[in-house]
Every structure is written in C-alpha cells, then in structure tokens.
Design a protein around this ligand. Structure first.
Ligand code: PLP
Length: 441
C-alpha cells in the first residue's frame, strides 16, 4: 500500500539567521523577515556544517603533497560531480567553477567563436545582457507573451547570418519571477543550428534544472543564490568552445608547462575545466555549492510546495492593497518562482523599503534590480523604481503576513519615522539602530 505524503509535512532544510532579531528605530527588536532571497539567499545549516567540517582539512589544492591537500583536492573535484548531478549534465559536459553567474556568463562570452551571432531578449539581467560584444549581437524586444517570444526568436534566427549562433536566455526573471519557455526556445534554437545558454541564477534555487530535458548547452548559476554564500558559482555544459578558447585568466593552475624560449615564453595551457580556473581555487566555496546542490535535490517537492503557498499568499495580499500594481512581463497567470515586484501608486519605493526595514524589521529590495531595461519598461513613466519581495527557505507565513500588514499601514498612513535622502537612497534620520558588536572590532 502506498501512503500519500503531504510534501509540506516533510521538513524543509533549515537556514542560518532563522532566529536573527534586528533592531528597529523605536529601540525594540523583532525577528528579521528576510524577503530578499532573490538577491542572496541565507546559508543553509547543512552548508555551514559542511564548511565547518571541511575547515580543519582545508589545505592547498591540486599540487600539495600533504594528506590534507589531497583531501581538499578530492573535495574540490567531487564538487564537479555534484554540479553535474544538480544540472543533469551530459557525461561529456564540463563543470568550470567561477565566482558567480556573472563570471560564468562572461567566461562563456570570451569563449564563443569569432563571428558568433548572439541572440537574447532585451529584458535579461545585466549579467546576461552585457557580456556579449561585436556586431553580431541581437537584442530582441521582449514580447508580451511566451508564445511570441518563441516566434520572435524563430524569426530572428531565420534572418541570422550563417556561422555559429548562440541564444542566451534566463530561466526565471529576477524582476517578476516569471518562468521563460526555455524548452521551447531551445527547440527553436536547435531547428536553426544554434546553441543555447541558460542563465539559471534565479531558476536554480527554486526548480530542478535538467540540461538534457531542457536541451540547453550551458547552465550558469551562483552559490550565493543557492544558499551557499561562499563565493563560488559554476558554468556547466559543452566543453568544445571552452576548450578552443584562450584561458579566461592567465596564471598558475591553467598551465601544463611554461618554458623560457629566449625572451619569449612557451606556454602550454591546461584542458578544461582547469584551463579557465587560473589562480588558487575556492575550495570552501565550491564545497558549499556542492552541498547546497545535493541538499536542494533531496528537498525539491516540499521546497516548491512551501514557496508556492507563500507566493500565493503574498500575491493575493498585494493585490488587495489599494494602489499596488504587480509587475509582469507575460501577465498575472504566467508560472513563476517566488519573486514579486510591484509599485505603489503615489509612493516612493525606496522610502517604503527603508521604512519596512527601519520600522518593521523586513528586508526587501528596491530599484531596478540590475535589469534596467525590463524594470523600466514595466514601470512606465510614473515610477522611477520598484519594490521586490522574494521568498525562499528562510521565509515563513509570519514574514509574509507581517510584510503585508506593514505595507498596508505605510500605504494608508505613511512612515512613522523621519527619513532623509542620502546619495539617492532613503535612510532613517536619525538612525539609532545599533550595529552588531562584531562590527565595532
Ligand atoms: N541572472 C539573474 C537572473 C540574476 O537575478 C542575477 C543576480 O541577481 C544574475 C544573473 C547575476 O548573478 P550574480 O550577481 O551572482 O553574478
């Protein structure tokens, strides 16, 4: 007999900071409501424990003869397998460790063959929008519907010059959380002989990624958005372009041999992935990323259920507040991860964000979210910036409810404290909140 398990009954992985209390301007303290997971997610307890366990063994990697060096090297190399599992990579795919998604996409941009046509939508995050150079970069205007995005890519590829082609697309918008039709875009890319790179910075923390099922060539992701804030990210995917490209950074670790030839140097560069990992690698960060990837893989069902319930609660609450308009690329019904950006008519988003923090202990983000084209287009003329609330493993119903109640109060009555604009940002004035003691060292 099989017993149906309610996914929400399965314990979610815990995160650091769940019991953090932050000061308010009135002198009290409240539990911190971190609604800014899309920027950086809190550290998983499992990641922190794994890092703690590693640290006594931490030593130089790759060339160290000592036992701890060999352990560290094993840790580093095993992390590649974890990333392969996490992304459903092909056996022949390579895993290059980077600092983050921005670094991973810049690495790929340096490796695309000369004269590659690069096609992307103009609402991408700057990490995916900006690295591509040259006359053959086509930024397509983002249409109102996913179907039209697929058709627009088809049309653009039809008119593309012959030669290598690369499509770059995000899995989920960091502004609206909306999912992009990655599988269908990949299908169109294939029909035109193009490769496709997935910016998975926002998708990876919320949904299982499968390179094979999505039929993409590369996936780029960031550890700090995946509950592993130790400075590592990854580019996973096809090795050939990366192998043919000059090293991303020149230096130790990326070379097999360097010989003096008169006044010149004869350099033999390593194969991928080491070819693009010059310098001392971030063993701790890479281990953290691997542990986070394995931990999320064991918890997708309850994680998705948890976030879906909270997102529904958040969006329904926002819709009920007078003057609130949620931003959306493809319409309110489009599937999305747990990110919601919005504006409040007649209210400054920056001032609201400052008051949510100073008066209610709630962390949200305001601005254009490093996706200026997308956010400006969705904002229109009336508002210079938006507010974004984003949820994840560190979020609770209480956080969402407190946020909605606080926002409702601010919309109805305005802030209770005084604020000043300093360098374009609103700050409490005065700001009596004490910093944590470790900051005064
Ligand atoms: N792509 C998307 C969709 C993002 O949301 C972000 C960060 O917010 C990035 C890329 C860049 O990530 P990172 O800053 O970790 O390089």
């Amino acid at each position: 007999m099989t017993v149906a398990v309610d996914p929400r009954a399965v314990a979610l992985p815990a995160v650091a900071g769940a019991r953090l209390a932050v000061p308010l301007v009135d002198g009290t303290r409240v539990p911190y409501a971190n609604l800014d997971h899309a920027a950086s997610a809190p550290c998983l307890d499992a990641v922190r424990d794994a890092v703690d366990e590693l640290l006594p063994w931490y030593a130089s990697v790759h060339r160290g003869a000592g036992f701890a060096s060999q352990v560290s090297t094993r840790v580093y190399e095993q992390a590649r397998d974890a990333l392969r599992r996490f992304t459903g990579a092909h056996r022949a795919d390579t895993v290059v460790f980077t600092r983050n998604t921005t670094d991973a996409l810049n690495l790929l941009a340096r490796a695309v063959p000369r004269d590659t046509s690069v096609l992307l939508f103009d609402t991408e995050h700057h990490a995916a929008l900006l690295p591509w150079r040259g006359p053959n970069v086509r930024r397509l205007v983002t249409p109102d519907r996913p179907d039209d995005a697929v058709a627009a890519l088809d049309e653009a590829l039809r008119r593309c010059p012959t030669g290598p082609r690369l499509v770059v697309v995000t899995g989920a918008s960091n502004v609206t959380g909306e999912l992009w039709p990655v599988r269908r875009l990949a299908e169109v890319a294939r029909q035109h002989g193009a490769r496709i790179a997935l910016d998975a910075a926002q998708l990876a923390p919320h949904r299982r990624i499968d390179i094979r099922a999505l039929d993409v060539d590369w996936v780029a992701l960031s550890g700090h958005k995946l509950y592993a804030p130790f400075g590592a990210g990854a580019l996973v995917g096809r090795a050939d372009w990366l192998q043919a490209a000059p090293p991303y950074l020149a230096g130790g670790g990326a070379t097999r041999q360097v010989l003096a030839r008169g006044e010149q140097l004869g350099v033999s560069w390593s194969a991928v992935p080491e070819r693009h990992e010059a310098g001392t690698p971030n063993v701790v960060g890479v281990h953290a990323l691997a542990v986070a990837a394995d931990t999320l893989t064991r918890h997708w069902e309850p994680l998705v259920a948890h976030e879906r319930a909270l997102l529904d609660r958040l969006r329904a609450g926002l819709a009920a507040i007078p003057g609130v308009r949620e931003l959306s690329l493809f319409g309110a019904g489009q599937a999305r991860v747990s990110v919601a950006s919005f504006v409040v008519e007649g209210r400054d988003a920056g001032l609201l964000a400052a008051a949510l923090s100073a008066e209610h202990g709630i962390g949200v983000r305001d601005g254009l979210f490093c996706a200026h084209v997308a956010t400006r287009r969705l904002l229109g003329e009336a508002q210079p910036r938006a507010l974004r609330a984003s949820l994840g493993l560190g979020s609770t119903e209480e956080h969402v409810d407190r946020f909605l109640a606080a926002l409702r109060g601010l919309v109805a009555h305005g802030p209770a404290w005084t604020y000043a604009e300093v360098d374009g940002r609103w700050v409490p004035s005065p700001d009596p909140r004490p910093l944590p003691p470790f900051l005064s060292i």
